[in-house]
Design a protein around this ligand. Sequence first.
Ligand SMILES: Nc1nc2c(c(=O)[nH]1)N[C@H]1C(S)=C(S)[C@@H](COP(=O)(O)O)O[C@H]1N2
Ligand SMILES: [Mo]
Length: 400
Amino acid sequence: MTATTTSIPRRHLLAGSAGALAAAGLGSWSGAATAQAKALPEYAAWKDAASLIVHSSTTIETKRSAFGSSVITPAEQLYIRNNLPTPPASIVADRDAWAVSIEGVRNPRTLTVAELKTLGLDSVATVLQCSGNGRGFFPHKPSGTPWTVGAAGCVVWSGVPLRAVVEALGGLADASLGYLTGTGGEKLPEGVDPQSVVVERSLPIKALGDALLAWEMNGAPLPLAHGGPLRLVVPGYQGVNNIKYVKRVAFTAKESDAKIMQHGYRITPLGAKADPSQASVLEVNVKSWINAPHPDTGTVKAGLLQVHGVAFSGTSPVTKVEISVDGGKVWHTAGFVGPDLGRFAWRQFASQLKIPAGKYTMVSRATDAAGNVQPEQRLENVSGYGNNSWADHAVQVTVA
Ligand SMILES: Nc1nc2c(c(=O)[nH]1)N[C@H]1C(S)=C(S)[C@@H](COP(=O)(O)O)O[C@H]1N2
Ligand SMILES: [Mo]
């Protein structure tokens, strides 16, 4: 599995200076380009500012040009998204003392991280991606952070399989409990209904199969910024379902009543109001994008050009990535490079192109083992969730 070299004949050059996609207003860089250069907040001061776009103290994005080509996203470059103010550093002062209550099992109990560490150990690489990643490409400008591609990363988590914890506590209390519910440990603001602000998500019980209670990320104690001391990691599920500073895991008959579950993170048709009958943001959908070449990293010279990017899906491995330099008219299969870290991780793809001078609209399109193909168009929805459109993720490249 090596990168492929493809010669791009002149006929694949886009006519005119912009091409159809650009003319339609797609594939623009407006989200990244208009972000202000704000300073990193204190809890994330250890991050690599040069790799990041600070939208606010609780929303920080990785620059597209900062994604490297070695699969794992370093913690210093990983995006941050907090719905509530970040908890104080005191919660990671004694990590082993952090406690999580486990409910809906035969012997419900509160377990400390120290106790969890005796119950089992596993390690899994996953794509962590905010469901709003790509929101910046929606033409109706949804409210929320206009992320382009950088509300995502691929990281390795270590912790105890949640199944092992359930087994240690006598198994599920009732075989009919249909949901796995996780609750964040933030201190909630006073004077408001807790259900209106708590970060609490319910997932179909099948998510238990791969779930982990993780205390380590990329080989280091889980940073506070990413949910330390303990995080519920649900491989294959969108960012919001991976509960940071988790204080409660419950097996429940119903979905949580919390607003973030009932009305938040729903795929709401344009013009409609969010309601619980609409699809919730659950599994990650098939997606890819090109990280290099990138207009921020200088002039691209005619001749040999290295194109690379990332491709992933929810719970199925990606099996194919195609790239196009003419906005999707002619496609070439790219090669996978680097280690395969399993079906929840992203894969790097690369292609060497022999390319003449001109303007190109470079796009990539992923396919997974279940046969899902990355679509050309986004699914319009009020909050701008789940954008996996290959057209929106185009890079405009000038080869001189
Ligand atoms: N407790 C808690 N967990 C949370 C959140 C939060 O605000 N509080 N945000 C969620 C959202 S919307 C996303 S996209 C991811 C972001 O994870 P990161 O900040 O580690 O990148 O965490 C999820 N888990
Ligand atoms: Mo998110």
